[in-house]
Write a protein that binds this ligand. Sequence first.
Ligand code: FE2
Length: 430
Amino acid sequence: MELIVRNARLHPTDGRAGEPVDVAVEGDRIAAIRPRGQLKADGATELDAEGGLLSPPLVDPHIHLDAVLTVGEPRHNASGTLIEGILTWAERKRELTIEDVKRRARQAIHWEVAQGTGLIRSHVDVCDPKLTALRALLELREEVRDLVDLRLIAFPQDGILSFPDGPELMREALRLGCDVIGGIPHYEWTREDGVAEVHLLFELARETGKGIDLHCDETDDEQSRFLEVVAADTMRSGMQGRVVAGHTTAMGSYNDAYAFKLLQILRRGGVSIVANPLDNIALQGRFDSYPKRRGMTRVKELDAAGVNVACGHDSIMDPWYPLGRGSMLDAVGMLVHVGQMTGRSELFRAYEMVTTNAARAAEIDVWRVAEGCPANFVVFDCRDEAEAIRLRPAARWVVRRGKVVAETEPARAVVISGDHRTPVSFAPRG
Ligand code: FE2
């Protein structure tokens, strides 16, 4: 054994924190998981989890790394609206250089890895004749290989049919090495163009063999109904399990009868849905007075209908969202609030939306902690998944292919009253 994590808790099966175990790593695999104290060290590096949660790495299935950390450049988004974000980004985009994109994206990746993320799928705006952001992120994908799996999605921010040479730019982006085909049908000029864009995405998929992950119906317009076209095309082209639709916030505005039909064809099509509650709780409902819509897709209902649902971070300090620190626990924390998933089992279910479900959306098979699986995991300073969402604890160690790639010393608070110093743990057990 090369590494042993002692006194760790794995995912509890009965809704309560499980008994502590020791986890041994050999090479890039989990070699053994045994009740505490049964594994001999024999010179292995030992880490004491102190009863903390040992989890599969977090997954961010939806972020825009080309835009991260550009907030305020060239100006702040004063209204905070989606459209002012897009217009501000159009200005900033003209100033992009390879080094600029790599520096900011690298920093954001470090933030995510330090907080336990092991797989990132990033959209890259390809509405740029020079494809500068894409060229930068393709280089970075190789550079960060030892830290994180980075997958790139060719994302036509300004539309494909509504942007000059849109289809050619998409093909060029895929030729250069984008992993996944993106899209944005609701942003095309007409409904017909949006439908044609969806068909084009599936044509590109046939040509290249790549999966699809499009922005879809990110609006409060209940007439925005491209997701049904996505589901139908998925079934007709036999791409079940290879298609992801992000945002889909219009589903929060559909009538229940239509939503019911949509849930059925999404499940039959095996289409994954990625909610992005950090951005969308801030961006949607902007045309409403009161009552004001929540602006998130129907997470709970999709999950209950058997659709694979995941949760993304979407933005970190960019023209659309000035906040964010690259924590997938922040993202899922927002999801359980906006989606009202605070029931005990719902908290554990929500955690899967930033781990196993998100990995499934990214077409990764093995994303669990078990003997023989790749040694990719995080040790958090908390007891279980529900507590991880509540506390957003330190990721004490982030392990990738058997190697520690990030570590965090948990903050230790003390309340001082006269001569008394009382440690504060934020756990009810004291
Ligand atoms: Fe997005």
